[in-house]
Design a protein around this ligand. Structure first.
Ligand code: FES
Length: 163
């Protein structure tokens, strides 16, 4: 039983203060919830992608490649090769469903569904529908070879250098 029920003179004095307290607590709770939502909205709106640099990969100085050598870059999914004074970069992404192909003595094999490619990336057995992509190779300002994965070039497009 409340004191208001026992003492009618106090009736009405507890109600407003309790109401005011509840109003203040509600306002604080709403303010806190709004602040948290605002922070998460700002985090959500902030872009999480990076543009530009990831498509260009520096793969070392041309002199580091002996004629006939190639380097497999698993993370970049690229093979860089030197043929005489010519440099090339071939994607290791299978054109069937995107598995990473493995290099072999005569080209590339896909472990997923058995496609094979010759050393230039041409399909020799399916189900791959088309050849592996060739990427543009250039010399970066610091003298290293640079593969640009955004620039697909025609097969047999080389960077020729006198090394
Ligand atoms: S993903 Fe390479 S053959 Fe299917």
């Amino acid at each position: 039983m409340s004191t208001t029920a026992l003492n009618p003179e106090r009736a009405g004095t507890e109600g407003p203060s309790r109401r005011r307290l509840m109003t203040m607590l509600s306002a604080v709770a709403l303010g806190a919830a709004g602040s948290v939502m605002g922070v998460f909205n700002l985090i959500f709106l902030r872009p999480r992608v990076t543009y530009g640099s990831a498509s260009k990969i520096r793969v070392g100085r041309p002199g580091a490649y002996s004629p006939g050598s190639q380097v497999v870059l698993p993370d970049a999914r690229v093979v860089v090769r030197r043929e005489g004074d010519k440099f090339l970069a071939i994607s290791t992404v299978c054109t069937h469903l995107g598995c990473t192909v493995r290099t072999t003595d005569i080209g590339f094999d896909c472990p997923c569904h058995g496609s094979s490619y010759d050393s230039s990336g041409n399909v020799t057995s399916g189900p791959a529908p088309k050849s592996l992509a060739w990427y543009r190779v250039a010399v970066a300002p610091n003298g290293e070879l640079e593969v640009d994965k955004r620039q697909v070039v025609a097969p047999e497009t080389y960077l020729e250098l006198k090394v």
